[in-house]
Structure formats: structure tokens, C-alpha cells
Design a protein around this ligand. Structure first.
Ligand code: SIN
Length: 292
């Protein structure tokens, strides 16, 4: 008898979809996003976003206004608390590492701004200038990671609530960030302690209905009703588990590459392996949503 074809995405007519790895990530071809008005194409892009969690579009010439318009297709723009936006585009900020800098922004596994009550469902990152080699970004499927847990571990995480903070040293260390990332317009890092939010450790994706782990060593201090000492070994184990190589994909950037990722069921990690070269990206987050 035929088995149920569970994770088989339906076919696409308006876009070309080339999976990047076993469980997440796809390169999307056949579309020019600037000014794209074809709603059928956008519906397929949104469907691919739910199926693959990380979408990579190559050779996209996008002004900040175009980036805003693409973002609107996924959700309303969100404000990032620690970096000033571009002139005229307060929601778009520049992620820059100069050749003489050694600290990067977004190094270490995390989902974006989980210390906010309503974190953005998607992040858009558009490459302006990229190193000749290095500076790739890793992504992992926290949905595949949840699925791979034992019944007992699922029962445990299903009952946990994470306390997430912007202040954690492992979160890139906001004060270290302030000192070392000279090219970026970073501010208000002394406010990091104040940004804290509680979210379910296993959250349910509103569109796919699938559960995913939603905690990180970078932002999760402890679990509600538990001490840091009690929480820490569980956080460490889950972090190692959810970044197992078979749950990941890797995006190599070129100028014009746009990646859109789903913060509800992925984490990412910007690899800092390109000292001496410049990397310049533009970032926008959209779709504030309460994790459930
Ligand atoms: C980020 O964490 O938003 C930055 C990712 C990157 O620069 O690759």
C-alpha cells in the first residue's frame, strides 16, 4: 500500500522552487520582486515560505522602498530596538562589518527579537556588498528539531514557558556590540535589561499547524517557575539538539541576494569568517505576532 506523502509540497506554477537541503530552505527563481504585482505569484511565494521556512531570491535589485514593499507582503513592518534605521526608512537598518572590524552582528544561533512580546514572523535580509568568500548564514529548522524529540521530551517542552531577554551576554553581549561594531548605528544597549518576554518553548505555527522549538541559548535566561541553574542544562541540551547538521541549511550571499526567513520555526547564525573584507546588508523585520 502507498504511504502517506506527508511533507510533499504541492507544485508551483508561477515560481521555480529549488530546495537547498533536506528539511528547510529553497531558492526561488523566475520572479523579479521589485514592483511584482502578480498576486498568484505572491500566493505561491507565501506557500513556499510555509513549506520551506527560508526563501532565497538571487539577483534582486531592491531599493529600501522596494524592500519595504516586499516586506509588506509578509506582514506590517516592525521596529528594531537597538539600531537606527536608514534615513527615510526607519524600519530598514544596515548590517555592516568593515574590513578592520572583528565582531559581527547576528553571530550565534537565535530567532530574532524573542525578548519582545510580539516578535516579527519574518526577517528580510538583502545583500548589498558581500565578501569574496565567507560571511554565509546558517539556518536551522526548529520544527524538524521538535519533531525529532522523544515523546517524553515533547511532553516536557510542551509544558515549558521561556523567559527571553535582550540582556544575555551570549546574545552577542549588547555592550560588546556597542563597543565593537563601529559601522552600525547601534544605540540604547543600556535598555537591554528592560526587554524581557515570556513565550511557549514549543510554539505552534499558525499557518502550518506544526510545532517548533522556540528558545535559544542567546536569548532564553530560564524557564518560568524554574531557577536558572535548573533551566540551564535543558536549554543547553535543546540548543545543541536543534542545531544538529541534518536540521540546517546554509545560504551563500551575493550582491542582490534576498533571504526571507520564518522566525517562528527557524534560527539563524551569521558566520564570522571574513575578517579583512566588507559585508553590507539591509535588514527588515515584519509581522509582529504573539507566539502561542
Ligand atoms: C541577523 O542575525 O539578523 C544577521 C544575519 C546576517 O547578517 O547574516
Amino acid at each position: 500500500t502507498m504511504g502517506k506523502l506527508e511533507n510533499m509540497p504541492a507544485s508551483y506554477a508561477r515560481i521555480a522552487v529549488e530546495p537547498l537541503a533536506g528539511v528547510l530552505g529553497a531558492e526561488i527563481g523566475g520572479v523579479t520582486l521589485a514592483g511584482l504585482a502578480d498576486d498568484a505569484a505572491w500566493n505561491e511565494i507565501r506557500r513556499a515560505f510555509v513549506d520551506y521556512s527560508v526563501l532565497v531570491f538571487r539577483d534582486q535589485a531592491l531599493t529600501p522602498a522596494d524592500l519595504m514593499a516586499v516586506g509588506e507582503r509578509f506582514g506590517a513592518p516592525c521596529h528594531y530596538p537597538f539600531v537606527t534605521g536608514m534615513d527615510g526608512y526607519p524600519f530598514v537598518f544596515e548590517v555592516i562589518k568593515e574590513p578592520d572590524e572583528t565582531t559581527n552582528f547576528g553571530g550565534g544561533w537565535h530567532s530574532d527579537t524573542t525578548y519582545l512580546p510580539q516578535p516579527p514572523l519574518a526577517t528580510l535580509l538583502h545583500a548589498v556588498e558581500t565578501p569574496a568568500r565567507g560571511g554565509d548564514t546558517l539556518f536551522t529548522s526548529t520544527r524538524a528539531a521538535y519533531d525529532a524529540l522523544s515523546v517524553g521530551m515533547k511532553r516536557l517542552v510542551d509544558g515549558l514557558v521561556g523567559v527571553n531577554s535582550a540582556a544575555l551576554k551570549s546574545g552577542g553581549g549588547r555592550s560588546a556590540m556597542h563597543r565593537n561594531i563601529g559601522a552600525m548605528k547601534i544605540h540604547d544597549t543600556d535598555r537591554a535589561d528592560a526587554l524581557e518576554a515570556e513565550h511557549p518553548v514549543a510554539r505552534t505555527h499558525p499557518e502550518s499547524g506544526r510545532k517548533a522549538l522556540y528558545l535559544s541559548r542567546t536569548h532564553t535566561i530560564r524557564f518560568r517557575d524554574m531557577s536558572e541553574a535548573e533551566s540551564s542544562p535543558i536549554i543547553e541540551w535543546l540548543q545543541a539538539h536543534q542545531t544538529r547538521p541534518e536540521f540546517t541549511c546554509r545560504v551563500r550571499w551575493m550582491p542582490g541576494t534576498l533571504t526571507v526567513w520564518d522566525n517562528r520555526c527557524t534560527q539563524h547564525n551569521a558566520i564570522n569568517d571574513y575578517h579583512g573584507q566588507r559585508r553590507h546588508m539591509r535588514r527588515l523585520t515584519v509581522g509582529a505576532q504573539t507566539p502561542v
